[in-house]
Every structure is written in C-alpha cells, then in structure tokens.
Design a protein around this ligand. Structure first.
Ligand SMILES: [Zn+2]
Length: 240
C-alpha cells in the first residue's frame, strides 16, 4: 500500500456507533467523547483446559468496568447452550453464533436498538466459519469495534481449524495463552488428542463434542507433541 492509500484508508475510517452523525466527523472522538482508538483484532489461542473461556470472561469484565459495552458470542460451548461456561465455574450469557449469523448485522442491529458496542468477545472462535473471521476483520476496519477472539489453534489431528488459520492470517495480534497445561509427563501441553475407548484416534469429524473428564465416551486429553505423536496417554488414565 502506498502512503497515500494508507492515508485514505485512515481518513475513511468511520466513527463508531449508530450516532456518529451527532459526534461530528473529523474530531476523532467517539459518541461519548472518548478519543477514538484504532480498533484491533486479537486472537488468543491455546489447548483445551488452558483457561481461554475464563480469560474471555475476565476480559469482558475488565472492559465493562471501564464503561465499555460489548457483546459476547460463542459456538458449541460445553454447556451446549447460548452461554459461556468455564471449568472453574464462571458462566455468562452469550449469543450463539450460527452459520447464517453475520457478526456485522449483529452489531448493527444492537446499535439500532440504541445500545453501543465497543467490542466483541468471540469465544470458541475456532468453531466459527472463515466468513465469520472476515466479518470480524470488517468490524475492526470499518466499524472501529475491537474483536477479541479466543479458541483452539489445532484440532485432534493437530491440523489448524480453518477459522483459526484465518485468524492467524488476519489478526493484528496473536497471543498464546500463558496458563500452563501440562502433559502427563510434565512437558508443556500443546495438542488436543481425541480419546475414544482409551485410545488416541486420528480420523473422524473435525468437531465432536467431548470433555476432558475420563468418564466421557469421547474425551480430549492435552498432550505434549512427543506423546501426541506416539499416542501415549500416560499412566494416569489407568491409575485413576
Ligand atoms: Zn508428554
């Protein structure tokens, strides 16, 4: 992009919210008088059990305490309902993302109701479609809405989820969540193994709901790369 094109893009950025006409245009301030900031698309990723949903809810809490307004979305949460639940007991109502949902329409409809949207928290983002990720980028670039996406990077075959791949490609910032999940051997957990009948499986549908509890028919276990590749679930699974 040339410098001129960059300047044009910058000038073309609209003010946020449905009421931007009232806020004036080139003042670079939002509807409530706060200076406009450059919105960003951020992707926080990590294996199962690393606290992604907890961090998503904490981030929502922190932002709303600062007077910002946001929407929380999820897809296929372990509760199988339109809310985010976490393994440490937190829960929050959330909007269920379906293939037909356009995230930009969601924001525009909320604005039309007179409710400001400063940011979106997108939990379980690796289960969204690639189109949803494009919509996230558009929300940042054209609507000045921050988008914070949380999700797995890779599936049980150790391949990137399509939405996660697109997030790696498009996000302004990508961060691995620094809450250590350890493999049974003590190495850092990296990959999500799908376990059926006590064995690591490597073929099947990309998304199958399970949990990380031993009792589930289909469960997931976070392993280091070495033990993911060898399929060794460790002594803990038989001792428990
Ligand atoms: Zn290991």
């Amino acid at each position: 992009m040339t410098d001129d094109a960059a300047a044009l893009t910058c000038l073309a950025r609209p003010l946020p919210g449905p009421d931007h006409t009232r806020a004036g245009c080139a003042a670079a301030r939002g509807v409530d008088g706060r200076p406009l900031h450059a919105a960003a698309l951020k992707f926080f990723w990590g294996p199962m059990d690393c606290g992604k949903s907890t961090m998503a809810l904490q981030m929502n809490h922190n932002h709303s305490r600062q007077g910002r307004r946001g929407l929380v979305t999820t897809r296929i949460d372990r509760s199988l309902g339109p809310k985010i639940t976490t393994r440490i007991g937190l829960a929050h109502e959330a909007i269920e993302v379906t293939d037909s949902l356009d995230l930009r329409t969601l924001v525009r409809d909320t604005w039309a109701e007179g409710v400001r949207v400063d940011y979106l928290i997108c939990d379980e983002a690796s289960f969204y479609s690639v189109a949803h990720v494009e919509q996230m980028a558009d929300l940042v670039d054209s609507y000045d809405v921050d988008v914070y996406a949380f999700g797995l990077a890779t599936d049980f075959r150790s391949c990137l989820f399509p939405a996660a791949q697109r997030l790696f490609e498009l996000a302004d910032e990508v961060a691995r969540i620094q809450v250590e999940v350890l493999c049974w051997c003590g190495r850092e957990g990296l990959l999500n193994a799908r376990v059926v009948g006590g064995r690591v499986v490597r073929e099947g549908a990309q998304v199958v709901i399970g949990d990380t509890m031993d009792s589930a028919d289909v469960r997931y276990q976070v392993l280091c790369r070495r033990h993911y590749r060898s399929g060794d679930l460790g002594p803990a699974t038989t001792d428990r």
